[in-house]
Design a protein around this ligand. Structure first.
Ligand code: KG4
Ligand code: ZN
Length: 354
């Protein structure tokens, strides 16, 4: 195996395929050289990700995504010093495609493998230096001041993580049932919006009245979350209003979106505040697909202002599942020489943060 250059010179390929996005990026140190994402439209008609279709689509996309990345960055295969890939958690068939690709590239080039935990990678997205650094809606996309309280909100996870360093982090609270993104997507589906519902709810919430509906928040002690009770509350409220003769036209759908978004954002931000105070963190970091939500961004900024904390949210291309965060996590693994092996199997379940 070739020797590996120091971090600032090291070029790491990041391969992400844990769910329905095939994404690859090249990072030199923490600088993003380029990223190519292939979004899978095949799931739209089903209103959610179909695992078998996701793995098949990864197979189709993965080669062309790599070709496009080399073309975009002007780099060559020989420039790659190490290959990072999402080993888990995620959909098994999807993980298999990315891990087989990464292991093949590592073997063919004779460069080390870096097996990355997906949820840790979402957090390390903050460390990626993006060329358009300052265009982030007034939110910092620089690495958070440490210790920071992280909120990871995606379609599959909702976690509070105390971040002490890129290597030392601990989950201090998480959802007991569904993820926040799942609540966005499920309610969106009920009111007839396309998958994934989160971005569409975000857009329509701006046009609706959040006071038009009241959804009850489940009571959970400590730093955990629960969103399944909220979904039930939304469903029963919608049924009651239909029984009472309310017509679900465009304006009523916008109102549901506004009320749902406001309730979810309050639940997330209240817990984040409580956790940051409890663990004495003066900085908050939000990541994962739902961190693209405009209302969550505003609420996090308002919280930061109220408490005098710094607020960090990655650039939007590093919020949803992306190769850059995987390459970044790989860079930190390489710093500690935590190499993977060619016979490492993907881990659909991988408790903690790896
Ligand atoms: O991190 P991610 O890309 O994939 C997972 O690891 O799950 O997160 C996807 C989730 C979906 O539930 C999607 O609806 C949600 O992020 N999402 C949003 C927004 N953009 C994406 N939710 C609310 N508002 C948005 N703007
Ligand atoms: Zn994710």
């Amino acid at each position: 195996m070739n020797s590996v250059p120091p971090m600032e010179e090291r070029v790491v390929l990041g391969v992400e395929s844990s769910c329905d996005d095939t994404s690859m990026a090249l990072l030199r140190g923490n600088k993003l050289l380029g990223q190519v994402d292939a979004v899978q439209l095949v799931h739209t008609d089903f209103g959610g990700v179909v695992p078998e279709l996701a793995s098949r689509a990864h197979q189709v996309h993965i080669g062309p995504v790599m070709d496009a990345l080399l073309e975009q960055t002007g780099l060559d295969w020989a420039d790659i010093d190490a290959v990072a890939y999402t080993r888990g958690p995620g959909l098994h068939g999807s993980l298999l495609v990315g891990s087989a690709w990464a292991r093949s590239v590592s073997w063919a080039l004779g460069v080390p493998l870096l097996p990355v935990h997906h949820m840790r990678a979402h957090i390390l997205a903050h460390w990626v230096e993006h060329p358009a650094h300052d265009k982030n809606n007034g939110v910092r996309s620089a690495a958070p001041n440490l210790p920071a309280m992280g909120l990871t909100v995606s379609g599959g996870h909702t976690q509070l993580v105390r971040i002490d360093s890129p290597w030392d982090m601990e989950v201090v609270g998480e959802t007991l049932d569904d993820a926040a993104g799942e609540a966005f997507d499920k309610v969106a589906k009920w009111v007839g919006l396309p998958y994934p519902g989160g971005p569409e709810v975000d857009r329509r919430a701006a046009l609706g009245d959040p006071a038009a509906f009241t959804f009850s928040k489940p009571v959970v002690t400590g730093l955990d979350f629960s969103f399944s009770g909220l979904k039930t509350s939304v469903l029963s409220t919608l049924r009651k209003s239909i029984d009472a003769g309310r017509v679900f036209d465009e304006s009523a759908i916008n109102d549901v979106c506004a009320a749902l978004q406001q309730t979810l954002v309050e639940m997330l931000v209240d817990r984040l505040e409580q956790a940051a105070i409890q663990f004495d963190c003066k900085s908050i970091a939000i990541q994962g697909g739902v961190s693209a939500n405009s209302s969550l961004r505003k609420a996090a900024l308002a919280l930061g202002e109220k408490q005098g904390w710094s607020v960090h949210i990655p650039q939007s291309i590093c919020c949803t599942d992306n190769g850059a965060m995987v390459a970044m996590a790989g860079q930190f693994l390489a710093e500690r020489e935590q190499w993977g092996r060619l016979d490492d199997a993907p881990l659909a379940r991988w408790p903690g943060l790896g």
